[in-house]
Design a protein around this ligand. Structure first.
Ligand code: DC
Length: 228
């Protein structure tokens, strides 16, 4: 076994992957990387540089911009830094959310971000959440988790979060958005969302966060022991 190990946490939108991956990082004292934040930063960069026209990314405009960009996480806050600026809040805004799937569907964007994602594994053990971590970024990850939850349950959780932020979205809109994103993520030509053959599925529809974390840690410990 190499000095460092990787834990891949993939799954559908709004199913609690990031929360779980962050908790795993804390419990195991390893680096947590939110790969979705990197795609969101790329989408923000494309918007700022007017490289999205009629909802379509213009590769000839965006390629040189992305190649020059500095995308990394702040060492202590873990916030996303784009060319040195903390954009953690901005990448969670509607405009970015509405354009990120389009940006993430382009091969040159994925190739570049995948390289950055892989670099993290050279200097520490990591837990990374996303859509293609176990299938493309780290196909040899020691542990692969695939998180699923009933779309209705995911929409209820997301709706509650949005209500707390005084959003005017209706439950039906939230459910519709989740179903659309599931379809887009699964039907994308490049690196679509798919459970890796050796991934272990966790359905958290009826689990509390604590139960989910306990289950994940049990699986991780078993897998890491097997590999030693
Ligand atoms: O996990 P998230 O919602 O922050 O991800 C934002 C978008 O990025 C989502 O539309 C899917 C895409 N994404 C991806 O294509 N591959 C990843 N590894 C992570 C996210």
């Amino acid at each position: 076994m190499s000095e460092y190990y990787q834990i891949a946490v993939d799954g559908f939108s709004s199913c609690g992957k990031s929360t779980l991956a962050r908790q795993i990082g804390e419990v195991l004292h390893i680096t947590y990387i939110d790969s979705g934040a990197m795609y969101r930063a790329a989408a923000l960069l494309a918007l700022r540089n007017n490289c999205i026209i009629n909802e379509k990314l213009q590769p000839e405009c965006f390629r040189p911009v992305l190649q020059k960009a500095d995308i990394q996480f702040h060492k202590s806050t873990n916030h996303l830094l784009l060319n040195g600026d903390d954009v953690e809040e901005e990448i969670r805004q509607h405009e970015v959310a509405d354009n990120v799937s389009e940006v993430a569907s382009h091969g040159f964007v994925r190739t570049l971000l995948m390289q950055l994602q892989r670099n993290y594994s050279h200097t520490s053990s990591i837990v990374m959440d996303g859509r293609d971590i176990g299938t493309h970024v780290f196909p040899k990850a020691q542990v692969k988790l695939f998180i699923v939850a009933d779309p209705q349950v995911r929409a209820e959780r997301r709706f509650r979060e949005l209500q707390e932020k005084n959003s005017s979205s209706t439950f039906e809109q939230v459910l519709d958005n989740i179903q659309k994103r599931d379809k887009l993520d699964q039907s994308r030509e490049v690196a679509p969302l798919r459970k890796a053959d050796d991934a272990i599925e966790i359905d958290n529809s009826h689990l509390t966060r604590k139960e989910q974390l306990e289950k994940a840690i049990r699986i991780i410990n078993e897998k890491l022991e097997d590999k030693q």
